[in-house]
Design a protein around this ligand. Structure first.
Ligand SMILES: Nc1ncnc2c1ncn2[C@@H]1O[C@H](COP(=O)(O)OP(=O)(O)O)[C@@H](O)[C@H]1O
Ligand SMILES: [Mg+2]
Length: 307
């Protein structure tokens, strides 16, 4: 069995909007992330994917629950030194790299920021050399170090975002819709780069996407979110070929395929949360249908799944 890098237990992130309204962006979710794997998280816009990532990485204090990283409780009180060490291990890549790259800073300084904060280089020469190396690692070149973010295309900017994340030699990277804003022709290049880096460096990824089409290529396992809940999680192939939760089935039915025969017969399934009629009196929890394949369901639904 693969080793766990992260254990997310009953994680909750509620936001207070105004005085009374509470948004349950992440509503009691539990899952593990194994060392060296890519866990894809999918679900439509607003279901809580980014909040999950941000809470795991501690950009937000959790409303409840635990995040255990390599045996250490992420949200427990920590010294400055512990926090810094921890921040180095986890990095995030964003959907819109442009918004997260300071337009007034040269690429050299943007990428070197983490090196400076964590004292990873001894002098300017080493700092520049390290940045050049990182640029080459992500398929750019050293001349790019003296340019500004606006001089790059979307795909190149995402490469800069990746170089910046890699600078501190993290173990775990949360990629929050890293390809959603890119042209389709560029998406595969960025995905391939992430895959190569993972193989070379043994990185662990949490890869967030709003549909299932790309995560299929990158994920070992896939988790599906709906309104702050994790409704299904399992091996990527199982989620694709034998989805059990009706919401997962509806997400899958939304993926177009470049096959005219399939397209003619494709039936778009829509998910109706009230279709779980008999659930009112029953406990709806994550149940393991086959090893490693969990579905949020009642006991009665579970019995129909197991058939
Ligand atoms: N900082 C915040 N304050 C209040 N509500 C928020 C905040 N961040 C996210 N939300 C709300 O939480 C829900 C989940 O948002 P988000 O995690 O961004 O979803 P996703 O990434 O899946 O699109 C949404 O209803 C969103 O409006
Ligand atoms: Mg998001």
């Amino acid at each position: 069995m693969a080793e766990k890098l992260l254990e997310i237990k009953n994680l909750k992130q509620y936001f207070n909007v105004g005085t009374k309204n509470e948004v349950r962006a992440v509503d009691d979710i539990t899952f593990d992330i194994y060392k060296g794997e890519t866990l894809g998280i999918v679900g439509e816009s607003g279901c809580g994917k980014s909040t999950t990532g941000r809470t795991i990485i501690r950009l937000y204090d959790a409303t409840g629950g635990e995040v255990i990283y390599d045996g250490v409780d992420v949200h427990a009180k920590k010294s400055k030194k512990e926090l810094k060490a921890f921040n180095r291990k986890m990095q995030m890549i964003f959907q819109d790299p442009y918004a997260s790259l300071n337009p007034r800073m040269k690429v050299l300084d943007i990428i070197a920021e983490g090196l400076d904060i964590h004292g990873l280089v001894k002098n300017t020469k080493e700092r520049t050399a390290r940045v050049h190396e990182l640029l080459e690692t992500v398929g750019l070149n050293r001349e790019h170090a003296n340019r500004y973010p606006h001089e790059f295309s979307g795909g190149q900017r995402q490469r800069l975002g990746i170089a910046r994340a890699l600078a501190v030699e993290p173990e775990f990277i949360i990629a929050d819709e890293p390809i959603s804003a890119l042209d389709v022709s560029i998406q595969a290049q960025v995905v391939n780069l992430l895959k190569e880096l993972q193989e070379e460096r043994g990185l662990t990824y949490l890869f967030i996407a709003h549909d299932l089409s790309m995560v299929k290529y990158i994920s070992d396992r896939i988790g599906v979110m709906h309104f702050g809940k994790l409704v299904e999680i399992g091996p990527a192939a199982t989620i694709y070929t034998a989805p059990l939760h009706p919401y997962t089935q509806s997400l899958l039915s939304a993926i177009p395929l470049p096959d005219p025969a399939y397209e003619r017969s494709r039936v778009r399934i829509s998910y109706d949360p009230t279709s779980h009629k008999y659930l009112q009196d029953e406990e709806v929890i994550m149940r393991e249908v086959t090893p490693g394949h969990f579905v949020l369901c009642s006991q009665r639904e579970f019995e129909t799944f197991a058939k």
